[in-house]
Design a protein around this ligand. Sequence first.
Ligand code: ASP
Length: 439
Amino acid sequence: MKKVVKFGGSSLADAKQFQKVKDIITSDELRAYVVPSAPGKRSDADIKITDLLYECYELAAAGKNFYEPFLAVKDRYNEIIQGLGLSLSLKDAFDQIEDKLLHSPERDYTASRGEYLNGLVMANYLGYDFIDAADVIFFDEHGFFDAAKTYPTLASALEAHEHAVVPGFYGTSFDGKIKTFSRGGSDITGSIVAAACRAVVYENWTDVSGLLMADPHIVSSPAVIKSITYRELRELAYMGASVIHEDAIFPVKKAGIPINIRNTNKPDDPGTWIVENTARRSKYTITGIAGRKNFCSIIIAKDLMHSQPDFYRKVVQCFEEKEIPLEHILSGIDTMTVIVHEKKFIEHEQEVLSRIATLAAPESLEVESGISLIAVVGRSMKSQAGTASKIFSALADARINVRMIDQGASELNIIVGVLNEDFERAIRSVYHIFVDVEK
Ligand code: ASP
């Protein structure tokens, strides 16, 4: 039985944070494999190592002097090493990076060095073996993660080490060069390592005590979600809630491994459990609320629409031609409403509208912008009568006009559309009726 622990940049921002991390790792025998990010910000004004490295690359690629950010990178690591009292020297590694910046700068290689160097420091500090992600994580010729090549190699590398540090964020592409995941991608590495060693849990340590029921910028001190299913998380994440990189879900989900989001600064907090299925009921009817602003609705009316089976297809085709993703489609007797993201739609607005007019010949076409969508998500909603009525009475009490309603067939969520100016108030009133009132 093994656990994989991934620590984010803020958990490793300085020597003090490293000490907390070591205490966490050594307090549980099962915490065998460690995936570190690069050092993050120590304060709001600080710059993340990864951002400094991107700056080094941009300067080097433009043939400019990159020493200011490069020295800042070196100083940060040397400060951490000194603060921890290690005798480690990163001189050779720094020289190699400098040499590459001078002679053949590569963007992904440069960015990946934040995790690489931090992995070396972490392995030295813990007395664990270092496994370079470049030797065990691979991408295919399309730039996607290559599971078939990675898993056997990674699994056997891990088997050879009882404890090890595997730096996050990067691997090797099919042409042998270093390639990174997208930003925040150390979460993905952690998930892959957990799947490769069939871990009992993938612990993702960060600077919050889990996923919150609502955005703390909108609701003050929202409750922490104790457990959430992967599907619920997907719904909330799509609407903007974020605690872990979205692509980090798939490797562990496939392997049936739960994720536990934990707070390095409050290690006793239980955090959030992200699971495939659970019999645990959440304390509240809903699991969480999230939303996004700036959608548009296009209302298309046509008499006897239902007697024309190809009507929907024609309308959908007009959006498809311009590669505008459809967020929702709602139907009435003689109307059809399409909800799309405002920014993506406006770019091709007139082309799409005139194409609908030609292809589908509707009676009328109306466009409304400035719409926000709010997803109220919860696996317990389907077994509770009165959930929808609670949402709508909360909105009615706050005098908020609902412009659209969509309940997914899975009954996992109810999506409501309100005007942008009512967005924050709508979230607060729904949160209040389910959390403060149900308490
Ligand atoms: N250091 C990388 C970034 O800042 C990857 C990560 O932290 O997960 O995006």
